[in-house]
Design a protein around this ligand. Structure first.
Ligand code: PRX
Length: 598
């Protein structure tokens, strides 16, 4: 299959695309048109040009219409082990249609942006699907970002509506999400962006609605309006190249990048990668621990699995609450067969020993997956031997927000594994390892990881910033997409990712630009200059290390250190003051030295 995908990409991807419903078929001679070479003109990537489809229809209606309406689409496990819920594909369709009808009723239409700032409730994928159904462009912002970071994204994409909830409890911490949204909307208004609608879901498990601040006219309770709308909503057929979503990610400058994905190619790619890299079978119960605020939650909580008619588990809580056995408790409770997580979670659970794992049977597990950062061989072994009882293959999937889906990944059982290697490229992907002059290296080598040809799931631009798109990804090595990662290839052709080679730090699989942290630090009145680098961290992969120069006359103290850290938290990420029970987003600051310039 790989050879065919390289020799005849148009034929290979067309056959797969035909498994989906297209209101209008793409032009057969325009399956893919591309230019990845800046020296030959503007960068262009287009797939299935001329085709008209809808990803929500394919992910939901198509499953109902093919007789799987009663199959579970989503299981939901709340923060407390006693809280759970589920939705069949038919029920999911009804809920998506009601929300889509509500959004239409308040004037949201094709091409309009909608910001979603929700925790892992079923309403989060429902909101994504409702936007897709009516051709609106969703931009999910991870509900761990600060009000400033949220405002920055709102100002950039100017949404017609924001969808949020009152609050969420993760572990023992209560996070008042609506208050954070309120602050960000005030901030956005100061920057000229007024959002007319703030649809707020009442998360029963978290807070009572009387405690929530309210701005009548703008704020609307989801439960007061959405259930009143009809459960039928016509699909908006969109062009294959119409935008599906915007997702902001950190780059090497302070401003986050709005990665834009379009509809047709992303649909085909997220579904196909899911199916093969996890060896998906219709009876599987699939759990990806990522939040929908990241690309992993877009492609492998929402779209990829639902496009395959899978049963997906959504977990609201924290992996160490009420104790570090929670993940395995959930695996047994739902009979999870495919478990996809991040190395940082594995390393943090490793510290608690095997006792919490051994308490649970985990018999149902069949395939394991890892994503977000290089998995060190020790963590890989523990995942394989302890969690998977040495019988479940591990798919170590290398990919990025920009790639939309897996790029280098094992296919379970298809070839021997090597702990810590993401192995070989997925169908249609042609990786190239180049030296600093952009010369492609052959055989056993080490260098910069690039991709030679486009693939259907590739992002199409950075929203509103085509120059930055070309400069960041296509100018470093003409003719190639540059990933920003280092990689080596061994004598057997296996790929070993070595981490970022640009100014991006990967803390627990979360991308943080050094410039974002630096600009937050220098906004502190006592900080003159700041330089931020990564340090190795046992659990988080990398930690953040800041060198700060204080303004003249200010001396360093522990209180000042705390105040600097708080400044960063409030501008970039809510980090551990809010998420202390969630090891995944814990961040780590150390100050190596301070120096007062005379
Ligand atoms: O450095 C690579 C690392 O995560 C970066 C992409 O981050 P983001 O866009 O936030 O997407 C994360 C989820 C896909 C990459 O440039 N990365 C991701 N997966 C792996 C990885 N590094 C090594 N091995 C992986 N499996």
């Amino acid at each position: 299959m790989y050879q065919r995908s390289i020799d005849d990409p148009a034929g290979f991807w067309s056959e797969i695309a035909e498994e989906f419903y297209w209101e209008q078929r793409w032009n057969p001679d325009e399956v893919c048109s591309e230019n990845l070479d800046v020296t030959k003109g503007p960068i262009k990537i287009e797939w299935f040009k001329g085709g008209r489809t809808n990803i929500c229809y394919n992910a939901v209606d198509r499953n109902v219409e093919s007789g799987n309406g009663d199959k579970i689409a989503m299981y939901w496990e709340g923060n407390e082990p006693s809280q759970d819920g589920k939705l069949t594909y038919s029920e999911l369709l009804d809920k998506v249609c009601q929300l889509a009808n509500y959004l239409k009723s308040v004037g949201v239409g094709k091409g309009d942006a909608v910001v979603i700032y929700l925790p892992m409730l079923m309403e989060l994928p429902i909101a994504m699907l409702a936007c897709a159904r009516i051709g609106a462009v969703h931009s999910v912002v991870f509900a761990g970002f600060s009000a400033d970071a949220l405002a920055q994204r709102i100002v950039d994409c100017k949404p017609k509506a924001v969808i949020t909830c009152n609050a969420v409890k993760r572990g023992l911490k209560l996070i008042p999400l609506k208050d954070i949204v309120d602050t960000s909307l005030v901030e956005s208004a100061k920057n000229g962006v007024n959002v007319g609608i703030c649809l707020t879901y009442e998360n029963q498990s978290a807070l009572n609605k009387v405690d929530t601040q309210w701005k009548p006219g703008r704020d609307v309770w989801w439960q007061d309006v959405v259930p009143n709308f009809p459960t039928k909503c016509d699909v908006e057929w969109v062009d294959a190249e119409d935008p599906l979503f915007l997702l902001y990610t950190s780059g090497s400058t302070g401003k986050p990048k709005g990665v834009l994905h379009t509809t047709g190619g992303y649909m085909v790619y997220s579904a196909t990668t899911f199916k093969h890299a996890f060896d998906y079978k219709p009876g599987d119960v699939y759990w990806c621990t990522a939040d929908c605020g990241w690309i992993t939650g877009h492609s492998y909580v929402t779209y990829g699995p639902l496009l395959n008619g899978a049963s997906v588990l959504i977990f609201e809580g924290a992996p160490n609450y009420p104790d570090p056995g929670r993940s395995w408790d959930i695996v047994d409770k739902y009979g999870v067969t495919i478990f996809y997580t991040a190395p940082t979670l594995i390393r943090s659970l490793m510290r608690d020993g095997t006792e919490y794992v051994d308490r649970y049977s985990r018999k149902s597990l069949r395939v394991l997956g890892s994503v977000g950062e290089p998995i060190n061989p020790t963590a890989w072994r523990w995942f394989y031997d302890v969690v998977g009882d040495s019988r479940c293959p591990i798919s170590d999937t290398w990919w990025q927000t920009e790639t939309g889906g897996f790029m280098i990944t094992p296919l379970p059982g298809a070839w021997p594994q090597k702990p810590g290697s993401a192995t070989f490229p997925f169908f249609g992907v042609q990786p190239a390892i180049v030296d600093e002059k952009g010369r492609e290296l052959e055989g056993e080598c080490s260098g910069y990881l690039c991709i030679k040809k486009s693939w259907p799931g590739a992002f199409r631009t950075l929203y509103g910033d085509k120059d930055r798109y070309e400069t960041t990804y296509f100018k470093p090595f003409a003719g190639y997409y540059f990933s920003g990662d280092g990689c080596s290839r061994d004598k057997d052709g296996y790929h070993w990712l070595t981490g970022r080679v640009d100014d991006v730090i990967n803390v627990s699989g979360h991308r943080i630009g050094t410039a974002e942290v630096e600009s937050a630090l220098v906004s502190h009145p006592k900080c003159a200059e700041a330089a931020v680098v990564a340090i190795d961290h046992e659990v988080k992969g990398q930690g953040i290390y800041a060198f700060v120069t204080l303004v003249d006359g200010v001396s360093y103290s522990d209180d000042l250190r705390k105040s600097l850290i708080m400044t960063v938290r409030s501008q970039v990420h809510l980090l551990d003051d809010v998420w202390s029970n969630n090891l995944i987003t814990n961040c780590h600051f150390l100050f190596l030295t301070t120096y007062n310039f005379p």
